[in-house]
Design a binder for this molecule. Structure first.
Ligand SMILES: Nc1ncnc2c1ncn2[C@@H]1O[C@H](COP(=O)(O)OP(=O)(O)OP(=O)(O)O)[C@@H](O)[C@H]1O
Ligand SMILES: [Mg+2]
Length: 266
């Protein structure tokens, strides 16, 4: 593991854990475990025996060509799609058949692609909604903490969300996801439609979020950025996991370098 990754992993847990045992065991036990997942849409099977795990405090990327099943993996984790086989276990609780609405209370937040804000409500209201599972005082404190991560949103808090730029809306969707104090953030294409400068900003933000102790499972087309940020990654092809390893291993794998990073075959 790189020293940066080690830092990202060790810092948050020290803040959360109450005993040495908790520190040690949190590394050994996966936080999210997806095991042997099959998914069908009608008669068509689109995921085959997909197994994936996210440890406490880890950033995990799912990569793959268009249509390989990345969003479907995220949907199963989010409770938006029930698998035809396999299990989804989060912190020891079986959530395979639990609906998406049960996720925030369980410590998982969802950031969907295409943002899905309420356009006529203010930016502030849109973000506050994410904290509905928290008591009021706690939600207020969390709002302050979240806004500290997004200084660029502060001047626009009273504007209608529909008037914000695409980049600001995407930041707002992430801010909303953080309001529920998740221990795991699930993100389907968090950088979709962002300019290169904003993509870099969004990745920095994901690193900052992770440094505060939040694990992240996401899928994103940009392999170079994704695997650099991630502790571990998975490569999907036609609905199957064909490669998995540390972020660095994934980044250095010849197939990934050739197909996703556009390098000529040696
Ligand atoms: N609601 C649906 N009904 C039927 N088939 C679907 C549905 N959603 C996805 N699929 C199919 O499932 C497969 C996996 O789709 P998925 O959206 O998970 O892929 P993806 O890797 O996220 O693709 P992209 O890179 O385009 O976002 C594809 O063949 C897709 O056509
Ligand atoms: Mg997708």
């Amino acid at each position: 593991m790189s020293s940066r990754a080690a830092l990202l992993r060790s810092r948050p847990i020290l803040g959360y854990a109450t005993s040495t045992w908790a520190i040690r065991s949190s590394w050994r036990l996966p936080m999210l475990e997806m095991d042997g997942i099959d998914v069908r849409y009608g008669a068509t099977q689109v995921l085959w025996d997909v197994s994936l795990r996210v440890g406490a405090g880890e950033v995990v990327a799912v990569m793959g060509p268009n249509g390989s099943g990345k969003s479907t993996v995220l949907k199963v984790a989010m409770g938006l799609k029930t698998p035809s086989a396999g299990r989804v276990v989060f912190e020891g609780a079986d959530l395979t058949r639990a609906p998406a609405t049960a996720r925030p209370g369980a410590g998982m937040s969802i950031v969907l692609e295409r943002r899905r804000l309420f356009p006529r409500m203010s930016l502030r209201e849109n973000i506050e909604i994410g904290g509905f599972v928290l008591p009021r005082a706690e939600a207020r404190a969390q709002m302050e903490g979240v806004l500290a991560l997004f200084p660029e949103l502060v001047p626009h808090l009273e504007a209608s969300a529909g008037r914000l730029s695409g980049g600001q809306q995407q930041m707002a969707a992430i801010a909303r996801g953080l309001m529920a104090k998740p221990r795991l953030l699930l993100m389907d294409e968090p950088l979709l439609g962002l300019s290169p400068a904003l993509q870099t900003r969004a990745f920095q933000l994901m690193a900052d979020i992770n440094a505060r102790g939040v694990a992240i499972l996401f899928n994103e087309q940009n392999a170079a950025l994704s695997f650099r940020l991630s502790h571990r990654g998975y490569l999907l092809e036609s609905g199957r996991v064909v490669l998995t390893g540390s972020g660095t291993d994934m980044l250095n794998h010849p197939e990934i370098r050739r197909v996703y990073l556009g390098e000529a075959a040696a």
